[in-house]
Write a protein that binds this ligand. Structure first.
Ligand code: UD1
Length: 419
């Protein structure tokens, strides 16, 4: 298993081009199952999770033509598609559950594996299942699989999600596109990735309208051939902005609409960063002394994303005072804490709140990645640690960060891959 050797502390400077969003690409690719005509998706990030989804689509019968740079996929579905999403593909990526909605909506049957456990929490799919059931899906769970069917087209309904869920919102929107009549979804997640999904579907002829957290979908008979360019990855952009703030950096971040990370930038300003925004670029200069921030709390969009929590914790370790971070989305998303403690961090966890002593001097150490965002946080910590750090299991990083090693090298991080 590959590891990264990082020799800190590094001063970071230069330009970073943000890749396409993984979390927008996944539902868009899943939604391609609704189409009988070809769909072209551009700006896909070259990361492992996208390969997993493309393999899943192939296993269902989609023909996928990838461009040379592997960022554009033309997807052509067969008339008779398979409807079996196997455990071997679904277990490696929870996002695979997003094929359930389109399979049931278009083909009226599916055998989709339950995604199973996950390090950051139980992550059940009950909201996905109960929303699809309201639209007419009948299902039972057997041997770890969701055996689902419907009597012909799904039927539009009004559904209120008991809790905001990104995936359940996406699955339900996708399924409702081809349902009969009107679906009203209340208490939806409104992450920019979901808006990207609905823009894509509307371009293809779907009828989806938003009003706050309510999404209204009027079912159509079929979708048209279309091309869509996936939005930029706001978590990747946020990660690099945290890196600049952390390492007295001077970065130009390009290729994204800066407003999608407004909340994050406001927070980093509070930490002392100087930020300038022009059209599609962010100029960010990290402070000499990072200010601590009391009571950071992760929230659904437009709040602070949980996917940036671990990176912000590294930042707060290096700030000049005490701070706290409350994780309000997932119940067990503090696995990075024990690893940061090995570098010298002083963090106490009480339930879902982390209390962080500032002024930490990180000393390089051997570290182990546990999930995608936790592992990038360890890389950030290694960048500002004194001496050599080795970050193990970098395949976690490769699930969601395109070309991270080269992007970091280009801005001055002394990083080397150990095979
Ligand atoms: C998506 C993102 C992930 C991000 C998360 C929260 C993708 C591929 N993944 O994950 O990167 O961290 O949003 O912004 O886009 N829940 C239930 N039952 C359900 C569904 C969710 O109890 O049926 C709970 C979850 O356990 C969690 C919370 O609701 O505590 C929010 O999860 P959700 O928004 O659904 O996250 P994902 O869509 O899995």
């Amino acid at each position: 298993m590959d590891k990264f050797l990082i020799n800190g502390p590094c001063r970071i400077k230069g330009k970073v081009s943000i890749s396409g969003s993984k979390n927008a690409s996944l539902p868009i690719l899943a939604a391609s199952l609704l189409f009988t005509k070809p769909v072209t998706i551009k700006n896909l990030p070259r990361v492992r999770d996208i390969n997993t989804m493309l393999n899943l689509l192939k296993s269902l019968g989609s023909k996928i033509i990838l461009s040379k740079d592997r960022k554009t996929a033309k997807i052509i579905n067969k008339k008779n598609m398979k409807t079996f999403a196997s455990y071997s593909l679904v277990k490696t990526m929870r996002g695979s559950i997003l094929v359930l909605g389109p399979l049931i909506s278009k083909f009226h049957k599916s055998k989709t594996s339950l995604p199973g456990g996950c390090l950051i929490g139980a992550r059940p799919v009950n909201y996905h299942l109960s929303a699809l059931k309201k639209l007419g899906m009948q299902y039972k769970i057997r041997d770890g699989y969701i055996l689902a069917k419907s009597n012909g087209r799904l039927q539009g309904k009004t559904i209120k999600f008991p809790k905001i869920s990104v995936g359940a919102t996406e699955n339900s929107i996708i399924a409702a596109c081809l349902a009969k009549g009107k679906t009203i979804l209340r208490n939806c997640a409104v992450e920019p990735e979901i808006k990207d999904l609905t823009q894509f579907l509307n371009k293809a002829g779907a009828n989806i309208k938003w009003s706050g957290r309510t999404c209204t979908i009027i079912g159509v008979n079929s979708l048209n051939q279309t091309t869509h360019t996936v939005m930029a990855d706001r978590i990747e952009a946020g990660t690099f902005c945290v890196a600049a703030t952390l390492a007295k950096g001077n970065l130009q971040i390009k290729n994204l609409e800066p407003k999608i990370i407004n909340t994050e930038l406001e927070l980093l300003k509070k930490a002392g960063s100087k930020i300038k925004i022009t059209n599609n670029k962010i100029f960010i200069k990290g402070p000499d002394k990072i200010k601590s921030i009391k009571n950071i709390k992760t929230k659904e969009f437009p709040g602070i994303p949980t996917d940036l929590q671990a990176q912000l914790m590294v930042l707060m370790c290096k700030s000049i005072g005490k701070s706290s971070i409350t994780e309000s989305i997932f119940e067990n998303r503090f696995m990075h804490v024990a690893e940061l403690q090995r570098l010298g961090a002083k963090i106490n966890i009480k339930n879902n709140k982390a209390f962080i002593e500032g002024n930490t001097k990180f000393i390089g150490a051997e570290l182990m990645s546990s999930d995608l965002r936790a592992s990038v946080a360890l890389v950030l910590a290694a960048i500002v640690a004194n001496g050599k750090s080795v970050v193990g299991r970098v395949y976690h990083l490769e699930r969601g960060y395109e070309n991270i090693e080269n992007k970091l090298k280009k801005i001055g991080v002394k990083i080397k891959r150990l095979k």
